[in-house]
Write a protein that binds this ligand. Sequence first.
Ligand code: HEC
Ligand code: HEC
Length: 333
Amino acid sequence: MSNIKILTIICLLAIIFSNTVSAGSERDEFISPIPVNSDFDKAKVELGKKLFFEPRLSKSGFLSCNSCHNLSTGGADNLPSSIGHKWQLGPINSPTVLNAKFNIAQFWDGRAKDLKDQAGGPIENPAEMASSHADAVSMLQSIPEYVLFFKKVYGIDKISIDQVTDAIAVFEETLTTPNSKFDKWLQGDENAISEQEKAGYNLFIEKGCISCHHGVGVGGESYQKFGVVKPYEKDTKTLGRYNVTNKEEDKYVFKVPLLRNIELTAPYFHDASTWDLGVAVMVMAEYQLGVKLSGDEVEKIVAFLKTLTGEQPSIIYPILPPSTVNTLKPTLK
Ligand code: HEC
Ligand code: HEC
Protein backbone atom coordinates (compact mmCIF):
# COMPACT_ATOMS: atom_id res chain seq x y z
CA MET A 1 0.00 0.00 0.00
CA SER A 2 1.29 3.49 -0.79
CA ASN A 3 2.10 5.88 2.03
CA ILE A 4 -0.73 8.10 0.89
CA LYS A 5 -3.31 5.32 1.18
CA ILE A 6 -2.08 4.39 4.65
CA LEU A 7 -2.20 8.03 5.72
CA THR A 8 -5.69 8.39 4.27
CA ILE A 9 -6.92 5.44 6.30
CA ILE A 10 -5.31 6.82 9.46
CA CYS A 11 -6.99 10.14 8.73
CA LEU A 12 -10.39 8.53 8.24
CA LEU A 13 -10.06 6.86 11.62
CA ALA A 14 -9.06 10.23 13.02
CA ILE A 15 -12.29 11.89 11.84
CA ILE A 16 -14.38 9.20 13.49
CA PHE A 17 -12.59 9.76 16.79
CA SER A 18 -12.31 13.53 16.45
CA ASN A 19 -16.08 13.82 16.66
CA THR A 20 -15.81 12.88 20.30
CA VAL A 21 -13.88 16.03 21.27
CA SER A 22 -15.72 17.91 24.01
CA ALA A 23 -16.82 21.50 23.39
CA GLY A 24 -14.41 24.22 24.44
CA SER A 25 -11.25 22.11 24.34
CA GLU A 26 -8.80 21.94 21.47
CA ARG A 27 -9.60 19.34 18.82
CA ASP A 28 -7.16 16.61 18.01
CA GLU A 29 -6.82 16.97 14.23
CA PHE A 30 -4.09 16.69 11.64
CA ILE A 31 -4.10 20.47 11.37
CA SER A 32 -3.18 22.49 14.44
CA PRO A 33 -3.89 26.16 15.15
CA ILE A 34 -1.19 28.76 14.57
CA PRO A 35 0.12 29.70 18.02
CA VAL A 36 -0.14 33.36 19.01
CA ASN A 37 3.40 34.34 19.78
CA SER A 38 4.50 37.72 21.02
CA ASP A 39 7.75 36.73 22.64
CA PHE A 40 10.16 38.40 20.21
CA ASP A 41 13.32 40.44 20.45
CA LYS A 42 11.61 43.74 19.59
CA ALA A 43 14.73 45.63 18.52
CA LYS A 44 15.80 42.80 16.23
CA VAL A 45 12.32 42.54 14.69
CA GLU A 46 12.29 46.30 14.07
CA LEU A 47 15.67 46.14 12.33
CA GLY A 48 14.58 43.10 10.32
CA LYS A 49 11.45 44.93 9.25
CA LYS A 50 13.47 47.90 7.96
CA LEU A 51 15.66 45.50 5.98
CA PHE A 52 12.62 43.65 4.59
CA PHE A 53 11.33 46.98 3.22
CA GLU A 54 14.80 48.27 2.22
CA PRO A 55 15.01 48.82 -1.58
CA ARG A 56 18.68 49.84 -1.34
CA LEU A 57 19.51 46.17 -0.75
CA SER A 58 18.90 45.84 -4.50
CA LYS A 59 21.19 47.08 -7.25
CA SER A 60 18.47 49.32 -8.72
CA GLY A 61 17.60 50.76 -5.31
CA PHE A 62 14.05 49.86 -6.26
CA LEU A 63 13.27 46.28 -5.21
CA SER A 64 12.85 45.17 -1.64
CA CYS A 65 11.74 41.83 -0.25
CA ASN A 66 8.31 43.45 0.02
CA SER A 67 8.20 44.09 -3.76
CA CYS A 68 7.69 40.38 -4.39
CA HIS A 69 6.36 39.39 -0.96
CA ASN A 70 3.94 42.24 -0.53
CA LEU A 71 2.55 42.23 3.00
CA SER A 72 -0.51 44.12 1.74
CA THR A 73 -1.41 41.19 -0.53
CA GLY A 74 -0.88 38.01 1.46
CA GLY A 75 2.94 38.08 1.45
CA ALA A 76 3.17 37.33 -2.28
CA ASP A 77 3.07 39.41 -5.48
CA ASN A 78 -0.01 37.88 -7.12
CA LEU A 79 1.89 37.62 -10.39
CA PRO A 80 2.53 34.45 -12.40
CA SER A 81 6.24 35.00 -11.93
CA SER A 82 8.02 37.78 -10.10
CA ILE A 83 9.53 40.85 -11.73
CA GLY A 84 13.17 41.26 -10.80
CA HIS A 85 16.09 43.53 -11.75
CA LYS A 86 15.50 45.39 -15.04
CA TRP A 87 12.04 43.92 -15.44
CA GLN A 88 13.32 40.34 -15.69
CA LEU A 89 10.67 37.70 -15.30
CA GLY A 90 11.57 35.02 -12.78
CA PRO A 91 11.22 31.31 -13.52
CA ILE A 92 8.69 30.48 -10.83
CA ASN A 93 5.74 31.81 -8.84
CA SER A 94 6.68 33.55 -5.58
CA PRO A 95 5.41 31.75 -2.48
CA THR A 96 4.13 33.78 0.45
CA VAL A 97 6.39 34.75 3.33
CA LEU A 98 3.42 34.51 5.71
CA ASN A 99 3.87 31.51 8.01
CA ALA A 100 6.99 30.50 6.05
CA LYS A 101 8.63 29.57 9.34
CA PHE A 102 6.39 26.47 9.38
CA ASN A 103 8.09 25.09 6.22
CA ILE A 104 10.59 22.24 6.64
CA ALA A 105 12.88 24.20 4.32
CA GLN A 106 12.55 27.23 2.03
CA PHE A 107 11.94 27.55 -1.74
CA TRP A 108 9.80 25.24 -3.89
CA ASP A 109 12.68 22.78 -4.04
CA GLY A 110 13.75 23.23 -0.39
CA ARG A 111 17.26 24.40 -1.31
CA ALA A 112 17.54 26.76 1.68
CA LYS A 113 17.43 25.07 5.06
CA ASP A 114 15.73 27.92 6.93
CA LEU A 115 14.66 31.55 6.70
CA LYS A 116 18.11 32.91 7.52
CA ASP A 117 19.72 30.72 4.89
CA GLN A 118 17.06 31.83 2.40
CA ALA A 119 17.32 35.59 2.99
CA GLY A 120 20.80 35.90 1.50
CA GLY A 121 19.64 34.43 -1.83
CA PRO A 122 17.46 37.13 -3.41
CA ILE A 123 19.88 39.98 -2.56
CA GLU A 124 22.54 38.54 -4.84
CA ASN A 125 20.33 36.71 -7.33
CA PRO A 126 21.02 38.51 -10.66
CA ALA A 127 17.38 38.02 -11.72
CA GLU A 128 16.00 39.36 -8.44
CA MET A 129 17.69 42.14 -6.43
CA ALA A 130 20.94 41.73 -8.40
CA SER A 131 23.22 43.20 -5.73
CA SER A 132 26.03 41.41 -3.92
CA HIS A 133 26.41 40.72 -0.23
CA ALA A 134 29.45 43.00 -0.15
CA ASP A 135 27.52 45.90 -1.74
CA ALA A 136 24.51 45.34 0.50
CA VAL A 137 26.67 45.46 3.60
CA SER A 138 28.63 48.50 2.39
CA MET A 139 25.36 50.33 1.72
CA LEU A 140 24.22 49.69 5.31
CA GLN A 141 27.64 50.55 6.73
CA SER A 142 27.53 53.93 4.94
CA ILE A 143 24.42 54.98 6.87
CA PRO A 144 25.13 55.98 10.48
CA GLU A 145 21.61 55.11 11.71
CA TYR A 146 22.01 51.56 10.43
CA VAL A 147 25.43 51.27 12.07
CA LEU A 148 23.77 52.31 15.34
CA PHE A 149 20.88 49.83 14.93
CA PHE A 150 23.27 46.95 14.30
CA LYS A 151 25.39 48.04 17.26
CA LYS A 152 22.34 48.13 19.50
CA VAL A 153 20.98 44.76 18.34
CA TYR A 154 24.13 42.72 17.75
CA GLY A 155 26.77 44.67 19.67
CA ILE A 156 29.01 45.04 16.60
CA ASP A 157 30.54 48.01 14.75
CA LYS A 158 31.17 46.24 11.47
CA ILE A 159 28.02 44.88 9.85
CA SER A 160 28.14 41.51 8.10
CA ILE A 161 25.64 39.68 5.87
CA ASP A 162 25.17 37.18 8.65
CA GLN A 163 23.42 39.74 10.84
CA VAL A 164 21.48 41.15 7.90
CA THR A 165 19.95 37.75 7.10
CA ASP A 166 19.46 36.96 10.79
CA ALA A 167 17.44 40.15 11.40
CA ILE A 168 15.32 39.59 8.27
CA ALA A 169 14.62 35.99 9.35
CA VAL A 170 13.61 37.07 12.85
CA PHE A 171 11.21 39.62 11.37
CA GLU A 172 9.77 36.94 9.07
CA GLU A 173 9.16 34.72 12.09
CA THR A 174 6.67 37.31 13.31
CA LEU A 175 4.72 37.07 10.04
CA THR A 176 2.21 34.46 11.15
CA THR A 177 -1.56 34.61 10.74
CA PRO A 178 -3.34 33.19 13.81
CA ASN A 179 -7.05 33.24 14.67
CA SER A 180 -8.48 32.12 11.32
CA LYS A 181 -12.05 30.87 11.40
CA PHE A 182 -10.72 27.34 11.07
CA ASP A 183 -8.31 27.77 13.99
CA LYS A 184 -11.15 29.07 16.14
CA TRP A 185 -13.08 25.90 15.29
CA LEU A 186 -10.01 23.80 16.10
CA GLN A 187 -9.85 25.58 19.42
CA GLY A 188 -13.36 24.42 20.23
CA ASP A 189 -15.64 27.19 18.89
CA GLU A 190 -18.25 24.99 17.21
CA ASN A 191 -19.88 27.90 15.35
CA ALA A 192 -16.71 29.38 13.94
CA ILE A 193 -17.22 27.58 10.62
CA SER A 194 -20.42 26.89 8.69
CA GLU A 195 -21.85 23.46 7.84
CA GLN A 196 -20.62 23.90 4.27
CA GLU A 197 -17.09 24.74 5.40
CA LYS A 198 -17.10 21.77 7.76
CA ALA A 199 -18.31 19.51 4.97
CA GLY A 200 -15.41 20.85 2.89
CA TYR A 201 -12.96 19.97 5.65
CA ASN A 202 -14.39 16.45 5.88
CA LEU A 203 -13.97 16.06 2.10
CA PHE A 204 -10.42 17.39 2.40
CA ILE A 205 -9.75 14.48 4.75
CA GLU A 206 -11.82 11.79 3.02
CA LYS A 207 -10.41 12.48 -0.43
CA GLY A 208 -6.86 12.38 0.95
CA CYS A 209 -5.72 16.03 0.61
CA ILE A 210 -4.77 15.93 4.27
CA SER A 211 -2.13 13.25 3.64
CA CYS A 212 0.10 15.97 2.16
CA HIS A 213 -1.47 19.19 3.48
CA HIS A 214 -1.43 18.90 7.27
CA GLY A 215 0.26 20.39 10.33
CA VAL A 216 0.22 24.01 11.48
CA GLY A 217 0.77 25.36 7.97
CA VAL A 218 -1.61 22.90 6.24
CA GLY A 219 1.42 21.91 4.15
CA GLY A 220 5.11 22.68 4.24
CA GLU A 221 6.03 19.45 6.02
CA SER A 222 7.13 17.19 3.17
CA TYR A 223 8.28 16.99 -0.44
CA GLN A 224 5.89 15.34 -2.88
CA LYS A 225 5.73 14.76 -6.58
CA PHE A 226 3.43 17.03 -8.59
CA GLY A 227 1.71 14.35 -10.64
CA VAL A 228 1.51 11.35 -8.31
CA VAL A 229 -1.09 9.39 -10.25
CA LYS A 230 -0.72 11.08 -13.63
CA PRO A 231 2.21 13.05 -15.07
CA TYR A 232 1.76 16.82 -14.88
CA GLU A 233 2.66 17.83 -18.42
CA LYS A 234 1.99 21.58 -18.34
CA ASP A 235 5.47 22.24 -17.02
CA THR A 236 8.16 19.64 -17.57
CA LYS A 237 11.11 22.07 -17.39
CA THR A 238 11.00 22.84 -13.68
CA LEU A 239 12.58 19.84 -12.04
CA GLY A 240 11.99 20.76 -8.40
CA ARG A 241 13.80 18.81 -5.70
CA TYR A 242 15.91 17.03 -8.34
CA ASN A 243 17.98 20.24 -8.60
CA VAL A 244 19.02 19.76 -4.98
CA THR A 245 19.47 15.98 -4.75
CA ASN A 246 20.16 14.94 -8.37
CA LYS A 247 18.11 11.82 -7.76
CA GLU A 248 15.91 10.61 -10.59
CA GLU A 249 12.98 10.01 -8.23
CA ASP A 250 13.09 13.67 -7.16
CA LYS A 251 12.14 14.99 -10.60
CA TYR A 252 8.96 17.10 -10.36
CA VAL A 253 9.00 16.79 -6.57
CA PHE A 254 8.21 20.04 -4.74
CA LYS A 255 7.81 21.15 -1.18
CA VAL A 256 4.11 20.84 -0.40
CA PRO A 257 2.93 24.46 -0.22
CA LEU A 258 1.21 25.90 2.84
CA LEU A 259 -2.51 26.35 2.31
CA ARG A 260 -2.85 29.02 5.00
CA ASN A 261 -4.25 32.26 3.43
CA ILE A 262 -4.48 30.45 0.11
CA GLU A 263 -7.35 32.64 -1.08
CA LEU A 264 -4.98 35.65 -0.97
CA THR A 265 -2.15 34.21 -3.04
CA ALA A 266 -3.41 33.44 -6.55
CA PRO A 267 -2.17 32.45 -9.08
CA TYR A 268 -1.59 28.87 -7.96
CA PHE A 269 1.11 26.23 -8.40
CA HIS A 270 4.82 26.76 -9.02
CA ASP A 271 4.02 27.53 -12.67
CA ALA A 272 1.01 29.72 -11.83
CA SER A 273 -1.09 27.61 -14.18
CA THR A 274 -4.39 28.74 -12.69
CA TRP A 275 -5.87 31.80 -10.97
CA ASP A 276 -8.91 29.86 -9.86
CA LEU A 277 -8.77 28.10 -6.48
CA GLY A 278 -11.54 25.72 -7.57
CA VAL A 279 -9.48 24.66 -10.58
CA ALA A 280 -6.41 24.20 -8.35
CA VAL A 281 -8.47 21.88 -6.13
CA MET A 282 -9.65 19.87 -9.16
CA VAL A 283 -6.10 19.59 -10.53
CA MET A 284 -4.89 18.31 -7.16
CA ALA A 285 -7.69 15.73 -6.97
CA GLU A 286 -6.94 14.53 -10.49
CA TYR A 287 -3.12 14.51 -10.48
CA GLN A 288 -2.37 13.72 -6.83
CA LEU A 289 -5.24 11.43 -5.90
CA GLY A 290 -6.78 10.16 -9.14
CA VAL A 291 -10.28 11.26 -8.19
CA LYS A 292 -12.79 13.42 -10.00
CA LEU A 293 -14.62 15.84 -7.70
CA SER A 294 -18.17 17.01 -8.36
CA GLY A 295 -18.84 20.75 -8.66
CA ASP A 296 -20.47 20.65 -5.25
CA GLU A 297 -17.46 18.94 -3.66
CA VAL A 298 -15.08 21.51 -5.16
CA GLU A 299 -17.22 24.35 -3.80
CA LYS A 300 -17.19 22.84 -0.34
CA ILE A 301 -13.43 22.30 -0.32
CA VAL A 302 -12.87 25.87 -1.54
CA ALA A 303 -15.18 27.13 1.21
CA PHE A 304 -13.08 25.22 3.74
CA LEU A 305 -9.81 26.56 2.27
CA LYS A 306 -11.08 30.11 2.69
CA THR A 307 -11.52 29.53 6.44
CA LEU A 308 -7.72 29.25 6.59
CA THR A 309 -7.27 32.99 6.09
CA GLY A 310 -5.99 34.33 9.39
CA GLU A 311 -5.31 37.72 10.93
CA GLN A 312 -2.75 39.42 8.73
CA PRO A 313 0.31 40.88 10.48
CA SER A 314 -0.36 44.51 11.30
CA ILE A 315 2.59 46.37 9.92
CA ILE A 316 3.51 49.97 10.57
CA TYR A 317 5.34 51.03 7.44
CA PRO A 318 8.96 51.55 8.49
CA ILE A 319 10.75 54.84 7.94
CA LEU A 320 14.21 54.14 6.53
CA PRO A 321 17.28 56.25 7.36
CA PRO A 322 18.52 58.52 4.56
CA SER A 323 21.53 57.71 2.38
CA THR A 324 24.78 59.63 2.81
CA VAL A 325 27.27 60.81 0.19
CA ASN A 326 29.14 57.56 0.75
CA THR A 327 26.13 55.35 -0.03
CA LEU A 328 26.44 53.32 -3.22
CA LYS A 329 24.31 54.90 -5.95
CA PRO A 330 21.53 52.85 -7.52
CA THR A 331 22.14 51.57 -11.02
CA LEU A 332 20.15 49.81 -13.70
CA LYS A 333 23.24 48.23 -15.23
C1 HEC B 1 12.13 39.64 -7.57
C2 HEC B 1 11.18 39.07 -6.66
C3 HEC B 1 11.66 38.62 -5.30
C4 HEC B 1 12.38 39.37 -4.36
C5 HEC B 1 12.88 40.78 -4.50
C6 HEC B 1 12.48 38.52 -3.21
N1 HEC B 1 11.87 37.32 -3.41
FE1 HEC B 1 11.61 35.83 -2.07
N2 HEC B 1 10.97 34.64 -3.52
C7 HEC B 1 10.72 35.00 -4.83
C8 HEC B 1 10.45 33.82 -5.61
C9 HEC B 1 10.14 33.79 -7.10
C10 HEC B 1 10.59 32.72 -4.74
C11 HEC B 1 10.49 31.24 -5.11
C12 HEC B 1 11.84 30.82 -5.68
C13 HEC B 1 12.03 29.33 -5.71
O1 HEC B 1 11.40 28.61 -4.94
O2 HEC B 1 12.89 28.87 -6.50
C14 HEC B 1 10.88 33.27 -3.42
C15 HEC B 1 10.98 32.52 -2.24
C16 HEC B 1 11.10 33.07 -0.99
C17 HEC B 1 10.92 32.36 0.26
C18 HEC B 1 10.57 30.88 0.40
C19 HEC B 1 9.13 30.66 0.77
C20 HEC B 1 8.73 29.23 0.65
O3 HEC B 1 7.57 28.89 0.92
O4 HEC B 1 9.55 28.39 0.25
C21 HEC B 1 11.13 33.25 1.27
C22 HEC B 1 11.04 32.99 2.76
C23 HEC B 1 11.46 34.51 0.64
N3 HEC B 1 11.40 34.37 -0.73
C24 HEC B 1 11.83 35.66 1.34
C25 HEC B 1 12.43 36.75 0.69
C26 HEC B 1 13.20 37.77 1.37
C27 HEC B 1 13.49 37.81 2.85
C28 HEC B 1 13.58 38.68 0.41
C29 HEC B 1 14.44 39.91 0.58
C30 HEC B 1 15.79 39.69 1.07
C31 HEC B 1 13.03 38.20 -0.85
N4 HEC B 1 12.38 37.03 -0.64
C32 HEC B 1 13.14 38.90 -2.04
C33 HEC B 1 10.71 36.29 -5.30
C34 HEC B 1 11.38 37.33 -4.69
C1 HEC C 1 0.60 13.68 -2.75
C2 HEC C 1 0.58 14.94 -2.04
C3 HEC C 1 -0.56 15.89 -2.27
C4 HEC C 1 -1.92 15.65 -2.18
C5 HEC C 1 -2.60 14.33 -1.88
C6 HEC C 1 -2.57 16.92 -2.42
N1 HEC C 1 -1.66 17.90 -2.63
FE1 HEC C 1 -2.05 19.84 -2.98
N2 HEC C 1 -0.10 20.16 -3.41
C7 HEC C 1 0.91 19.22 -3.35
C8 HEC C 1 2.09 19.73 -3.98
C9 HEC C 1 3.42 19.01 -4.11
C10 HEC C 1 1.76 21.02 -4.45
C11 HEC C 1 2.68 21.95 -5.24
C12 HEC C 1 2.50 21.66 -6.71
C13 HEC C 1 3.34 22.60 -7.56
O1 HEC C 1 2.93 23.72 -7.80
O2 HEC C 1 4.42 22.19 -7.97
C14 HEC C 1 0.38 21.26 -4.07
C15 HEC C 1 -0.31 22.44 -4.31
C16 HEC C 1 -1.61 22.69 -3.91
C17 HEC C 1 -2.29 23.95 -4.06
C18 HEC C 1 -1.69 25.23 -4.65
C19 HEC C 1 -0.89 25.94 -3.59
C20 HEC C 1 -0.17 27.18 -4.05
O3 HEC C 1 0.29 27.95 -3.19
O4 HEC C 1 0.00 27.41 -5.25
C21 HEC C 1 -3.55 23.80 -3.56
C22 HEC C 1 -4.64 24.84 -3.48
C23 HEC C 1 -3.66 22.42 -3.11
N3 HEC C 1 -2.46 21.80 -3.32
C24 HEC C 1 -4.79 21.86 -2.57
C25 HEC C 1 -4.98 20.47 -2.46
C26 HEC C 1 -6.26 19.83 -2.27
C27 HEC C 1 -7.58 20.53 -2.10
C28 HEC C 1 -6.04 18.49 -2.29
C29 HEC C 1 -7.04 17.36 -2.25
C30 HEC C 1 -8.02 17.37 -3.33
C31 HEC C 1 -4.59 18.30 -2.43
N4 HEC C 1 -3.99 19.53 -2.55
C32 HEC C 1 -3.95 17.08 -2.42
C33 HEC C 1 0.79 17.97 -2.76
C34 HEC C 1 -0.42 17.31 -2.57
